[in-house]
Design a protein around this ligand. Structure first.
Ligand SMILES: Nc1ncnc2c1ncn2[C@@H]1O[C@H](COP(=O)(O)OP(=O)(O)OP(=O)(O)O)[C@@H](O)[C@H]1O
Ligand SMILES: [Mg+2]
Length: 423
């Protein structure tokens, strides 16, 4: 019948099985043998899990995340979400979600992960953390993405898990901060280009007091754009827009509408133009290096500049509902270079590499931006009221913009004098 080679199996099989040449014993033996890899795999998983739990426990003990009863959060599972991300499911043990959010930066740097999302799981109150530890892409071409950008939105950048778009409805005003050469002007260029290229109902006033010709050369002959490079014209433009706020508020009141988005939904651009040209467009004020505007006002004689600061403040507070928005870039978002009230209203923050921890703290409230490598231009932290994500922002060259906007250019470039009249 079944021949069992004693020399090979004798070590493992009970002698009685071999002597009696037991068939069922052999089957048992074979089954156990076949299942051995699974047992080992199971044991390996258990060991991994014990180690992961221990390591997680250690992180939590060091993080200071502890319930009033002295309990630490406990790891329940760590599962893949997609090719780039995994999800931790954590038993909170009475610690609120907010406490985890506050420790997000700490968890990321100590566990060497990048957290994409944190949320409470509704059915059992556990915490879910979606994270990734694979590197972010180092460059994104805006032109490859331009067609997939949803209407009215701009592309902020790509995180490990998602592509981030934003619009003026969700983030009425933006702050673009970071040290020199980190990517601020490039980001402004992206934003302006995307909206000129894809939208018809936005007008821009670009205030560039650094004396550079970058914006001037690229956009000066685009119909809906005014590039302003002198302080006095900048002041006049801000005052004009601030007055526009009153006009728009009154107009919307008479129309029995609460904000400009309703008005835009109700009437097309053409209809709006015939009704009242003053409310046909959203107005976006882009300021590259706001400190140029703010620090000049330290000269007490410059009354008009003080006024323009006040106007900017007013637009930041009231512009949202009436469709007047600010996109402000600065190297120095501290009190001397940026009005705290204005800063408080800039709800979408793109923070490129910060020169030091203190600057990063001022801009985003933690040190993440100071840890961005200088080797990766365009790398930034995107901060909103409830999110903080590392992203790679897109890039478009000036040549590409020039070529793409050919159709939008007006035939006769405006003269500076004419520009002033139109403000
Ligand atoms: N998203 C990006 N992808 C790739 N390269 C980028 C990106 N953003 C910026 N760069 C590169 O970094 C350089 C500096 O960018 P940029 O001029 O926008 O910096 P900045 O923050 O405005 O500097 P400054 O404060 O001196 O004006 C650019 O010339 C460009 O080559
Ligand atoms: Mg710049």
């Amino acid at each position: 019948m079944v021949h069992i080679d004693k020399t090979i199996y004798g070590y493992f099989l009970p002698q009685s099985w071999i002597h009696h040449k037991s068939y069922s014993g052999y089957l048992w033996y074979a089954t156990i043998h076949m299942l051995l890899p699974f047992y080992f795999w199971g044991a390996y998983l258990v060991v991994c899990r014990i180690r992961a739990n221990k390591q997680f426990q250690g992180f939590m003990e060091n993080s200071g995340l502890k319930s009033p009863l002295g309990k630490f959060p406990a790891l329940i599972k760590n599962v893949p979400v997609n090719e780039e991300c995994r999800k931790l499911v954590i038993k909170k043990n009475g610690i609120p979600l907010e406490a985890f959010r506050e420790k997000k930066g700490w968890i990321e740097s100590n566990m060497e992960i990048s957290i994409e999302a944190m949320s409470d799981r509704v059915h059992d109150g556990c915490l879910e953390i979606v994270y990734s530890n694979i590197p972010l892409t180092k460059s994104i071409k805006l032109l490859s993405e331009i067609d997939s950008i949803p209407a009215g939105k701009i592309l902020i950048g790509k995180s490990r898990a998602k592509t981030i778009y934003a619009d003026f409805k969700d983030y009425p005003h933006f702050l673009v901060a970071g040290s020199t050469g980190s990517g601020k002007s490039t980001f402004l260029r992206n934003l302006i280009f995307t909206l000129i290229y894809k939208e018809k109902d936005i007008k821009f006033k670009i205030i560039d007091l650094k004396g550079g010709l970058e914006f001037q050369n690229l956009f000066h002959d685009i119909d809906n754009v005014r590039v302003i490079s002198s302080m006095s014209i900048a002041c006049a433009a801000l005052m004009h827009l601030s007055e526009d706020i009153n006009y728009r508020i009154e107009y919307l009141k008479n129309e029995k509408l609460t904000d400009i988005s309703e008005y835009f939904k109700k009437f097309s651009l053409e209809e709006r133009k015939t009704k009242d040209l003053k409310l046909a467009y959203r107005e976006v004020i882009v300021i590259d290096e706001a400190a140029e505007l703010y620090l000049s006002s330290q000269n007490p004689k410059e009354e008009s500049i003080k006024t323009s600061k006040a106007m900017l403040n007013r637009i930041a507070r009231l512009g949202r509902a009436v469709g007047i928005h600010i996109v402000l870039a600065t190297q120095r978002p501290d009190v001397s270079a940026l009005d705290p009230q204005v800063k408080a209203n800039l709800s979408g923050v793109v923070c490129f590499r910060a020169g030091n921890v203190a600057s990063s703290m001022v801009i985003i409230g933690n040190k993440r931006a100071s840890e961005i490598s200088a080797e990766i231009p365009g790398r930034a932290v995107w901060k909103t009221d409830n999110d903080l994500l590392e992203v790679q922002t897109p890039f478009i060259s000036t040549d590409e913009i020039y070529k793409k906007l050919t159709d939008a250019r007006i035939i006769q470039p405006r003269k500076d004098e004419a520009m002033n009249d139109q403000i």
